[in-house]
Design a protein around this ligand. Structure first.
Ligand SMILES: [Cu+2]
Length: 118
């Protein structure tokens, strides 16, 4: 797990704790199974939606037409992302609707979580 991703999970856990009394009683370390079982309000709101336009496995890049990405303060557009895991590129095909999480690393944008849209 990447440090940034982990800090976001801690943030999400903190938000859940504020709205759920049981969470403030939870002992450290954070129990991820319990986290995923809780109402995923914070993490669901963080996921951006997109559609796969192009897949470049050789370069490890993914072109997405995406909706607003609140965590990056980015409006809807079509753009190229790097991927944190090359395996993401095997899970999708052009035209797929996806939900994803992205971060910014050294001036490049990078998809750090990718899943098929529900
Ligand atoms: Cu963009």
């Amino acid at each position: 797990m990447k440090p940034l991703d982990f800090s976001r999970r801690l943030l999400a856990a903190g938000l859940l704790a504020a709205s759920c009394g049981a969470w403030s009683q939870a002992a450290a370390p954070v129990d991820h199974s319990a986290h995923h079982g809780a109402p995923a309000v914070a993490s669901a709101a963080e996921m951006a939606s997109g559609e796969v336009r192009r897949i470049d496995k050789a370069a490890g890049k993914l072109t997405l037409r995406h909706g607003e990405i609140k965590s990056l303060d980015m409006p809807p557009m079509t753009m190229v992302f790097q991927v944190s895991d090359p395996g993401f590129l095997d899970r999708v095909k052009v035209g797929d609707k996806v939900r994803f999480r992205a971060d910014q690393q050294g001036g490049a944008y990078r998809v750090i979580e990718l899943q098929a849209a529900p």
